[in-house]
Design a protein around this ligand. Sequence first.
Ligand SMILES: [Zn+2]
Length: 63
Amino acid sequence: MKTCRRFERIKSGFEQDIRFMLNHAERYWGTTSAKVSQTSALGARHRMAKALSRHVQRCRECG
Ligand SMILES: [Zn+2]
């Protein structure tokens, strides 16, 4: 599948967030804060998938 620059930007933005939250979860493993971070990372992953598929549906360059 071909993707445009905007697709890459959306993706890398989310991935940066997810990486940050997972790093936090790892560092504070076993704490409530780590759990919250991990849940947020999963949520962000889900939102990323949604945002990207919505983008592909609308975008002329992607597909
Ligand atoms: Zn696109």
